[in-house]
Design a protein around this ligand. Structure first.
Ligand SMILES: *[C@@H]1O[C@H](CO)[C@@H](O)[C@H](O)[C@H]1NC(C)=O
Ligand SMILES: *[C@@H]1O[C@H](CO)[C@@H](O)[C@H](O)[C@H]1NC(C)=O
Ligand SMILES: *[C@@H]1O[C@H](CO)[C@@H](O)[C@H](O)[C@H]1NC(C)=O
Ligand SMILES: *[C@@H]1O[C@H](CO)[C@@H](O)[C@H](O)[C@H]1NC(C)=O
Ligand SMILES: *[C@@H]1O[C@H](CO)[C@@H](O)[C@H](O)[C@H]1NC(C)=O
Ligand SMILES: *[C@@H]1O[C@H](CO)[C@@H](O)[C@H](O)[C@H]1NC(C)=O
Ligand SMILES: *[C@@H]1O[C@H](CO)[C@@H](O)[C@H](O)[C@H]1NC(C)=O
Length: 189
């Protein structure tokens, strides 16, 4: 935990150093996929991206939790495209019910803060009934970690009561093209 926090602080400093306050890198969802592993637990009514402009897509999600979940675990894997998607930088797991009671992981806190307003999942466990995300998007500035230009995939697996019930995959691209101020000395080729 402490190690994660130290890495996070270092990354934050890096971010402050290389990003100017008025830059505008772009993060855009390009695809979203949901897979249900046990239809008697969760029913997904809607899992779709909607394009609002050339630069912005939002994620709309509507599912029904058919059983009250008191124990929710999430595995997150981040991949970057390079001859197919390869694991990149970060894997994380979180005890969601514990997190909702008392947020602990700084990276997840940042992430949750950024998306909280677009979901109805802002209460403590159990989670039962409708699970809604509406107009969800993630501005690059809210990421908290610098992402180089490229295509990414974040895979989230949701375990309710120790069984994988739902997978949500988000494809997105980052374009820091107008982030033109970074000078990388001693660049090797
Ligand atoms: C799906 O969930 C129900 C309710 O917990 C359980 O009874 C059933 O065994 C599960 N099915 C599978 C394939 O895991
Ligand atoms: C899209 O973002 C680019 C920079 O990434 C910007 O130059 C352009 O004006 C934006 N277009 C719209 C429609 O927001
Ligand atoms: C979610 O989907 C269900 C079933 O299609 C529907 O009855 C409900 O109104 C939807 N909720 C929202 C907030 O769109
Ligand atoms: C993340 O986990 C996957 C599968 O468990 C593993 O293949 C991958 O190497 C891990 N990635 C990182 C960055 O640790
Ligand atoms: C979420 O909504 C609250 C209240 O409307 C607002 O103060 C806050 O800035 C919003 N947060 C984000 C990340 O949009
Ligand atoms: C959770 O979200 C709902 C709907 O967006 C809102 O009405 C409610 O006040 C929120 N509750 C908390 C504890 O933030
Ligand atoms: C970005 O950098 C290139 C060369 O490195 C330069 O020609 C261009 O003018 C820069 N663009 C901006 C908006 O600063």
């Amino acid at each position: 935990m402490r190690k994660v926090f130290v890495i996070y602080v270092v990354v934050q400093l890096w971010l402050v150093l290389i990003l100017h306050p008025n830059n505008a890198a772009l993060l855009k969802f390009t695809n979203a996929r949901c897979r249900v592993h046990n239809a008697s637990w969760v029913k997904v009514n809607l899992c779709r991206l909607k394009a609002l402009s050339r630069n912005r897509t939002v994620f709309n999600f509507n599912a029904t939790m058919l059983y009250p979940a008191y124990q929710i675990w999430m595995d997150a894997q981040l991949l970057k495209k390079a001859n197919g998607y390869k694991p990149w930088l970060y894997n994380a797991s979180a005890d969601i019910c514990r997190f909702l009671q008392k947020p602990f992981n700084p990276v997840i806190i940042l992430f949750v803060k950024a998306i909280r307003n677009y979901t109805n999942f802002n209460h403590t466990c159990p989670s039962v009934g409708p699970l809604i995300a509406s107009g969800l998007h993630m501005p690059y500035e809210k990421l908290g970690i610098p992402f180089p230009t490229g295509e990414y995939l974040v895979k989230l697996d949701w375990f309710y009561h120790h069984r994988k019930q739902l997978s949500t995959d988000f494809y997105f691209l980052v374009d820091e093209g107008i982030l033109n101020t970074t000078v990388i000395p001693n660049k090797r080729f």
